[in-house]
Design a protein around this ligand. Structure first.
Ligand code: GRF
Length: 196
């Protein structure tokens, strides 16, 4: 099945870029129909603009209440006929109303092998620092469904990445990110094929 994707991203948008490329080259049949970012300066919004993909800066700060903010997001998703949401470095928690409305149709990528190194405080470079601190020899990335409990939804796919003896958090982050760029499109494909 072919889905209208909305990618939520706060940062560089390298996963967004990988998903756009996967769509353009036919690795997945869905298309990125919308990009939402809470960060007006994000690389993700710039990438969306470059590919002429509809994009919007939506931050809680622009609204008088959380419910107004959520209502606005739901309206935008509706207007763009979004039927699959992808979180790719989105640094905000989605309102439970959105999670309920899009139950089993919201996917996230996490830069570690969940359930290890997930949950509160486990984002960005902190994840890789924690992996090195506990002397793991294998780390990786996880694509999973989003539910109300952070980083705990059903796992769709994982990819392993070796930790090298001379790795620091940055080198590990870079290598895991490369794995993420392959993994996310593979997981979307599984979803398209109804295999998850
Ligand atoms: C990725 O490591 C992703 O796993 C995490 O946030 C990072 C986003 O990177 N959730 P990018 O913005 O896609 O480059």
């Amino acid at each position: 099945m072919r889905f209208n994707l909305c990618v939520f991203a706060s940062g560089n948008g390298s996963n967004l870029n990988a998903i756009i490329k996967a769509s353009k080259t036919g690795k997945i049949s869905s298309r990125v129909a919308l990009v939402i970012s809470n960060n007006s300066n994000s690389g993700a919004l710039k990438k969306a603009a470059k590919y002429k993909i509809p994009h919007i800066h939506l931050s809680q700060k622009l609204f008088s209440s959380q419910s107004e903010f959520t209502k606005n997001i739901l309206d935008v998703l509706n207007r763009h006929k979004i039927n699959l949401i992808l979180l790719a470095g989105y640094m905000k928690i989605l309102d439970p109303l959105i999670i309920k409305k899009y139950r089993n149709r919201i996917i996230n990528i996490h830069p570690a092998l969940l359930p290890k190194f997930g949950g509160k405080g486990m984002f960005g470079i902190h994840v890789h620092e924690a992996v090195l601190k506990t002397r793991e020899t294998i780390t990786g990335a996880t694509v999973h469904f989003v539910n109300e409990v952070y980083d705990s939804g059903a796992i769709i796919l994982q990819k392993l990445v070796k930790v090298k003896p001379d790795d620091d958090a940055l080198s590990l982050q870079k290598r895991v990110l490369l794995a993420e760029h392959k993994l996310y499109p593979e997981a979307i494909k599984l979803f398209e094929e109804g295999k998850c």
